[in-house]
Design a protein around this ligand. Sequence first.
Ligand SMILES: C[S@@+](CC[C@H](N)C(=O)[O-])C[C@H]1O[C@@H](n2cnc3c(N)ncnc32)[C@H](O)[C@@H]1O
Length: 326
Amino acid sequence: MPAPELRICVAETDLEAALRLDVRHGLTSHPKRLPMRLHYDGRGSAMFGELTRQPEYYQTRSERAILRDHAAAIAGALGDGPVSVVELGAGRAEKIRPVLDALAGAGRLDAFWPFDVAAGQLREVLLELADAYPGARLGGVVGDFTRDLDQLPDRGGARLVAFLGGTFGNFTGPERSRFLRDLREAVRPGDRFLLGADLVKDPEVILAAYNDAAGVTAEFNRNVLYVLNHRLDADFRPDDFEHVVLWDGDTATIDMRLRAMRAMAVDVAALALDVGFRAGEEIRTGVSVKFHRGELENQLQASGFEPEACWTDERGYMGVFLARAV
Ligand SMILES: C[S@@+](CC[C@H](N)C(=O)[O-])C[C@H]1O[C@@H](n2cnc3c(N)ncnc32)[C@H](O)[C@@H]1O
């Protein structure tokens, strides 16, 4: 097999320009906000790995268990021929491995492409994968799944697009609709979509996952300010901001914020921007929506994906949905 290659859909310079625009817009908006993808620089990606290992963070363990227990069923639902797999927001591409193993074990893994905006991590992951799947075509796509879905690799045969880790829940309602519409336009009828989603459950369980006792999620949240200091020469003092997590039961949404503990002025030198904070003022740093199974299946259906199966863990905390593009 040829060595893994990286397809760069979004150049470093474009990412940098988008970052500057998003940050300028976000920090001059009312309320202030910062985009979720900013969390995942090298340090942020490593912290995300650590937070998934916290006892309160059920998401990763639950989704991993579902994919481990049902990998054979997922592979079986994709027919009996070769399959190519694309994973959006793959991160370290660990959870998808049981599905890749089931396909590779049956000699059916034609290709695997992790697709992520974090290029450095993608390079490392491809090296690990090349050892594990010597018979498959491997490549990485450095892209933004909110705008580069037209760049999904295609080998012409059966294709599975996976989107795991509850990342779908980080979109707002309009963003979810747009993502599903763009994805449906990017795939062919018969392609499958494998979606991992956090399900509605006891709010205490959900809130604890974002307020772990070791404070890892709080540090992950504050890391976004280190990213701004590092990349845009800002002078945030992250310890002056408190990690805040709110639960809105009406919309089943976790809302993560950073609250200024005193009034201050921050200089974002690379943007020539002075940002004033009142004591108690908040920056919105991300949402995480939880889903009712039926509602999500209806949304998939309305977007041109016919739901075929939904697997959950034994507590019903997470759901992994399989749907076919029609
Ligand atoms: C919550 S992590 C999930 C990682 C992995 N899928 C898992 O389940 O453990 C989100 C991943 O999506 C990537 N990501 C975030 N926003 C993105 C975007 N707009 N386009 C592409 N990748 C993005 C991040 O770099 C990170 O690797």
